[in-house]
Design a protein around this ligand. Structure first.
Ligand code: ADP
Ligand code: ARG
Length: 338
């Protein structure tokens, strides 16, 4: 394979002429065709994946394409069975930074979609608003540390919105990748954020997935953040029916978010290690992704990085949190040696 071929979005790289013929004329019940699936990759040639699903059926109808992408991204076989482990009683984890010197904050999120609606790329305005209503109703029943308030994006003034984004609580309008996929339609209608007063528990409604359920706080207490999130998922699962398959786990708009749909991250200061030529390879070996501090496709500021698990499918929620914990322990050790 040449260098140029390697840089193609996976959706383009794996969509052979044979597959194009096989998929010709196929449409999911929400009207999604193969051209719709790969549009973001075609219009944005710097995509790494470049494919979105509009419903559970997209993953079945176009499985020969998604299988390849999923195998390359998650290292997950096409006959794999995904298992979930939301328990918290077996976990043994110290706070990796008890004096709060190195880890600024910890955040763990999962994506979820309601089983009875199209995903963001194909959902109608009416249905998006119904999703919003159903989710708010479930969230309003939460109690204790999960009790909060819903803020609609339609009613929010610009100053408040920008501050919530800058403080890492709220999503921005979808980028050009999501724009091409159709996810930004009718912006900002039907979107909003639910959060507790202390902003340690938040739910984004109708961003890239119907729900992004988030637990976060300052410092490096990964276990506390994880426990809060597991409590929220267990409670919400009793009220909402999420799209799930035995093979792919929780179903998401983007194939990178299948399975646990979990991204567990810390914002961590690694001023010396991040300047070494082996930083990226080390993170890769530890199965960690590197982002900047304003989320995906942003840059680092002042040697602070967003480090998170790369694999989300074929591993349990417990596995994911250990990948983060063990990886961060190692990075802190390497930084200290320099
Ligand atoms: P997602 O996590 O849903 O994939 P992004 O990467 O865009 O989406 O991150 C969403 C927001 O969460 C951004 O503002 C990002 O800076 C913030 N964020 C991510 N991880 C952390 C963290 N560990 N501490 C504080 N904020 C974080
Ligand atoms: N579609 C973009 C790409 O392929 C982003 C993929 C992962 N990120 C996401 N938010 N789903 O590069």
């Amino acid at each position: 394979m040449t260098e140029i071929e390697k840089k193609l979005p996976m959706s383009i790289k794996y969509l052979t002429d044979d597959l194009k013929n096989e998929f010709a004329g196929k449409k999911t019940q929400n009207g999604f065709t193969i051209d719709d699936v790969v549009r973001s990759g075609v219009e944005n040639s710097d995509s790494s994946i470049g494919a979105y699903a509009a419903d559970a059926e997209s993953y079945q109808l176009f499985a020969p394409l998604f299988d390849k992408i999923i195998e390359e991204y998650h290292g997950y076989p096409k006959d794999g069975i995904h298992t979930s482990d939301l328990s918290t009683d077996k976990l043994l984890m110290d706070n990796l930074d008890p004096t709060d010197d190195i880890i600024n904050s910890t955040r763990i999120r999962v994506g979820r979609n309601l089983a009875s609606y199209a995903f963001a790329a194909a959902i109608s305005l009416d249905d998006r608003q119904s999703v919003e209503k159903e989710v708010i109703s479930a969230l309003n029943d939460l109690t204790g540390e999960l009790q909060g308030t819903y803020y609609s994006l339609e009613d929010m003034d610009e100053k408040t919105r920008l501050k919530l984004v800058a403080d890492h609580f709220l999503f921005k309008k979808g980028d050009r990748f999501l724009e091409s996929a159709g996810v930004n339609r009718d912006w900002p209608r039907g979107r909003g954020i639910f959060c507790t007063d202390n902003k340690r528990f938040l739910v984004w409604i109708n961003e890239e997935d119907h729900l992004r359920i988030i637990s976060m706080q300052n410092g490096g207490d990964i276990l506390m953040v994880f426990k809060r999130l597991m409590n929220a998922i267990n409670t919400l699962e009793k009220k909402l029916q999420f799209a799930y398959s035995g093979h792919l786990g929780n179903l998401s708009s983007c194939p990178t978010n299948l399975g646990t749909a979990m991204r567990a991250s810390v914002h961590i200061k690694l001023p010396k290690l991040s300047k070494t030529p082996s930083f990226k390879d080390l993170c890769n070996d530890l199965k960690l992704s590197i982002r900047g501090i304003h989320g995906e496709h942003s840059e680092s500021e002042g040697g602070v990085y967003d480090i998170s698990n790369k694999q989300r499918l074929g591993v349990s929620e417990n596995d994911v949190v250990y990948v983060l914990y063990n990886g961060i322990k190692r990075l802190i050790g390497e930084e200290a040696k320099l």
